[in-house]
Design a protein around this ligand. Structure first.
Ligand code: ADP
Length: 433
């Protein structure tokens, strides 16, 4: 599938490059052609419109420009064509001035009254021949001719270069298209591999509770005469596995919704302090059960813009982990306050800590530092992935500091609402203003 996408991307990229190439060269060609003919057309139009014939003579132009490539012809009513004055007196004067310095056998370019004249002098080896113009000629129209061989030649060469350049650059364009497609495929490939990994992890995670349920039910069926009391450990195992599966599926649903962008939060101003209080109160019982002390420092009425249920879920994940990974006799501390224009929630414990190389991976889906410990404690490896998503959805960030064997501290910071007047500030914050 990825190979097909790569081919399709290469074709699309190459096609776009070709379009860009031909658009660019077409604009270049059009501009060149416009520039080449523009001045000639203007000069020809000027010669045609200014041409006047009076008293049997051509009236000289007010500001004559000698353009050796432009010929003005007259057409008579009876269809004869005549070159009235090959070079008028005025022009001849100019020509004489321009060519005054040229030596026989020389080829040179001269500037004269803002124009460049390329000229050449060649020795004359033939007898002199003078042309006598026709009389009795009634003018019907003026024909202006300019030799544009060089322009046409230049444009033809240019067109040839564009086409042959396009053909030659096919290889380069396809190669560039391929390399770009390959570059664009990196994130697609990474997402694809991640997705494959995710699917295989999900299958694996679902298989173990299902196997547990199946084998316990099968064993119960082997002894149909046994009472519920006798089989209660199996029933309990089935219930535990079902619970784990339900939790896993709920987590997967949350992540699937988060991936598809469908899981929108219902945001509003919420009292974060109250949410932390509520979640902490649910964990009081764990504290008793696991012989873990719980220290709570919550500044009053810290308000943020957020989704109450999701923030509740986030705190449950963090506190659940803190209790799960802290042995008896340890301590879990929860704090909520405002610092540096952020609402901070900190959950720390004096538990087992995280191996340093695992720290960057703990937010990955299905990552579990100690698989058996986490699984036994009902962990799915999805908790922190969901926690991270919730924090990011609130525009906040989650950091972790951990030291192996000493404990772990998760610090979550949320931006404060724009117009927070300062509820939840500590006395020091209030003094700072
Ligand atoms: P689960 O807890 O279900 O295994 P999580 O995504 O919540 O999955 O956590 C991923 C991993 O991060 C855990 O398996 C554990 O290795 C590590 N971890 C998370 N919180 C703590 C903590 N408070 N102390 C030590 N390790 C932790």
């Amino acid at each position: 599938m990825l190979q097909r996408t790569l081919t399709q991307l290469t074709i699309i990229n190459s096609f776009v490059f070709f379009i860009i190439y031909f658009l660019f060269t077409a604009i270049l060609y059009g501009y060149l052609s416009y520039r080449l003919f523009d001045r000639i057309d203007e000069a020809m139009r000027w010669h045609a419109s200014e041409f006047r014939f009076a008293n049997g003579q051509v009236v000289p132009l007010a500001n004559p420009i000698f353009d050796p490539r432009i010929f003005v012809l007259m057409r008579s009513t009876d269809g004869r064509t005549l070159n009235p004055v090959p070079f008028r007196e005025e022009e001849l004067k100019n020509i004489a001035e321009i060519t005054a310095a040229i030596e026989v056998g020389e080829l040179t370019t001269e500037e004269y009254e803002g124009h460049s004249y390329r000229m050449m002098s060649w020795p004359y080896t033939y007898q002199e021949n003078i042309y006598d113009p026709a009389t009795n000629f009634q003018i019907d129209s003026i024909i202006v001719i300019s030799i544009v061989d060089s322009e046409v030649q230049l444009l033809n060469n240019c067109l040839w270069l564009i086409v042959s350049g396009g053909v030659i650059s096919v290889f380069g364009i396809v190669l560039a298209g391929f390399l770009l497609a390959k570059r664009a495929m990196f994130p697609i490939q990474a997402a694809w591999e991640k997705q494959q990994q995710f699917v295989s992890d999900v299958s694996h995670e679902l298989r173990s509770p299902l196997t547990g349920i199946y084998s316990n039910a099968e064993l119960m069926l082997r002894y149909p005469d046994r009472s519920i009391r006798e089989e209660c450990h199996r029933i309990n195992a089935i219930m535990q596995e079902s619970k784990r599966m339900t939790k896993l599926i709920a987590s997967l649903l949350t992540l699937a919704r988060s991936d598809s962008g469908k899981s929108d939060l219902s945001l509003g101003v919420i009292n974060l302090s109250a949410v932390v209080h509520e979640v902490v109160s649910h964990f009081e019982v764990f504290k008793e059960l696991n012989d873990i002390s719980l220290a709570v420092t919550i500044a009053p009425a810290v308000e943020i813009i957020g989704d109450k249920d999701r923030l509740h879920q986030l705190l449950v994940i963090l506190l659940d982990n803190a209790f799960k990974f802290t042995p008896a006799g340890g301590q879990v501390a929860v704090a909520c306050h405002i610092a540096k224009k952020n609402a901070i929630v900190s959950v720390s414990d004096t538990g087992v800590g995280i191996v340093p190389e695992n720290v960057p991976r703990i937010f990955d889906r299905f990552f579990r530092g100690d698989k058996s410990r986490s699984r036994n404690a009902g962990g799915t490896g999805l908790g922190l992935a969901i926690a991270q998503w919730i924090v990011e959805k609130h525009g906040g960030r989650i950091d972790v500091k951990s030291s192996l064997g000493k404990g772990t501290n998760f610090i979550v910071s949320f931006p404060l609402p724009k117009k927070t007047a300062g509820p939840g500030r500590t006395e020091t914050d209030k003094k700072r203003g």
